[in-house]
Design a protein around this ligand. Structure first.
Ligand SMILES: Cc1cc2nc3c(=O)[nH]c(=O)nc-3n(C[C@H](O)[C@H](O)[C@H](O)COP(=O)(O)O)c2cc1C
Ligand SMILES: [Fe+2]
Ligand SMILES: [Fe+2]
Length: 401
């Protein structure tokens, strides 16, 4: 049972999902995920966001336990992605008098997804509008593209509680504790990097804009739609979001390679040794054909050195490496020191394709090498030269920070 009074009259009523294997059918959930909903109880009762459809009855059980026969007067919809909106139709049927509160884009999406379009069911709000509940008042702040265009945040003024939708969210189901000081937050902080880079990563400038808009309100509680409620450690989660949204990196090198028969992999291993020999400590190698893209993206997003290698495969990149590069491009990754290596047997193409991605992403290539078939003395020398050039560029970029 996950009902918790966070601050007087504001309750956590969310649910844990320990069953779904991949969030958005893409991102693995080794520690599960929570869909967070909140109740603000006053003369009028407001529910902030719902949960994924499969968990709807778990949410309704919480509402029955907390509210008894008292109906929900308002449903505030901060975000329409179905992990939060999926239970809206069932909830609307359960509480026929309940008004759905959202902005114009929210309401249009509710019509499109759930075919609810009776204007009497909606209260349409604009940026800065307020909704009094009694002693408490909700204020709505539009924060588009965090992470869909209709996204908004809701601020409860008397308690300084900010309901932030996906922003400041993390993967990881809740393990009993709800507010950060009740739980071991290290799991959630490490999952915050993966959550941000996988889900929100493309929208950095919108996240920055939203943070500049809402953090000056000095919220005492930050209530996201995934992961713990932030109270004592707002500075830590805000620092991670600030870092990633501004594409600031930690010091480290991520080496991502594809290899079918081990030849390109041997270059990746040799490059890692050469970088370690030059004093680089945080080096992680990922086999793009085997390792989960979710974790590769997260590491590559976080650290400042990125080296990518691919064999030539049917005159293009090895497919998982292409997927990885596309993920970097989609997320508009910038500020990395980039190195590229490639291999071929009879006709080279991978090196050119990697360079084309670098150009599209406006990332200068600090070092590159191409190998025919397998390692020989020339490759060994090229690896040493690559490592020298790469380290030089990496150290220079760190000095400039
Ligand atoms: C399906 C397939 C397609 C390939 N296409 C090309 C190609 O277009 N050009 C080329 O030079 N080598 C090509 N190769 C040969 C690879 O370069 C060779 O298999 C090499 O061992 C791959 O590097 P690895 O040992 O790191 O897997 C292809 C190999 C496979 C299995
Ligand atoms: Fe979302
Ligand atoms: Fe979400």
């Amino acid at each position: 049972m996950n009902i918790r009074e966070i601050t007087p009259q504001i309750f956590y009523v969310g649910v844990n999902d320990r069953t779904t294997v991949r969030f958005e059918s893409l991102w693995p959930l080794p520690a599960g995920v929570s869909y967070n909903s909140y109740i603000v109880k006053d003369k009028k009762t407001a529910l902030i966001d719902t949960v994924e459809l499969g968990e709807a009855y778990a949410l309704f059980g919480h509402l029955d336990d907390l509210l008894g026969d008292t109906p929900v007067d308002y449903l505030v919809v901060n975000h329409m992605e179905p992990d939060h909106s999926g239970s809206i139709p069932l909830l609307a049927a359960r509480y026929p008098q309940m008004k759905i509160v959202g902005n114009r884009q929210t309401v249009a999406m509710i019509g499109g997804f759930y075919h609810i379009d009776d204007p009497d069911r909606f209260i349409i709000v604009a940026d800065g509008d307020t909704l009094p509940l009694g002693d408490r008042t909700l204020r709505f702040l539009l924060t588009p593209m965090v992470h869909w265009p209709e996204t908004m945040m809701t601020f409860e003024e008397s308690s300084s509680t900010l309901f932030t939708g996906d922003a400041f969210g993390t993967f990881g189901a809740l393990n009993g504790g709800v507010v950060d000081f009740e739980t071991d937050i290290e799991l959630y902080l490490s999952e915050a990097y993966r959550y941000y880079s996988n889900i929100v990563g493309k929208y950095g400038k919108f996240v920055v804009r939203a943070m500049n808009k809402v953090l000056p309100l000095a919220p005492k509680y930050i209530c996201p739609t995934h992961g713990p409620v932030w109270h004592e450690h707002i500075d830590r989660i805000a620092a991670i979001y600030d870092q990633l949204a501004n594409y600031r990196s930690d010091a480290g090198v991520t080496i991502v390679y594809g290899s079918m028969y081990g030849n390109t992999e041997a270059v990746a291993e040799a490059l890692a040794s050469a970088l370690a020999a030059r004093g680089e400590k945080h080096i992680r190698l990922f086999n793009a054909g085997k390792d989960e893209m979710s974790f590769i993206i997260s590491e590559a997003f976080r650290y400042d050195g990125l080296i990518v290698g691919s064999p030539t495969y049917s005159m293009t990149l090895f497919p998982p490496v292409d997927t990885f590069m596309k993920a970097m491009k989609t997320r508009e990754v910038s500020g990395k020191t980039l190195g590229l290596f490639s291999s071929f047997t009879w006709s080279a193409a991978a090196g050119k394709e990697l360079a084309a991605y670098a150009e599209q992403m406006n990332l200068p290539v600090a070092a590159a090498l191409e190998m025919k078939q397998s390692m020989n003395d020339d490759t060994a020398k090229a690896i040493e030269d690559f490592a020298d050039a790469f380290i030089l560029a990496l150290r220079k970029s760190r000095e400039q920070k």
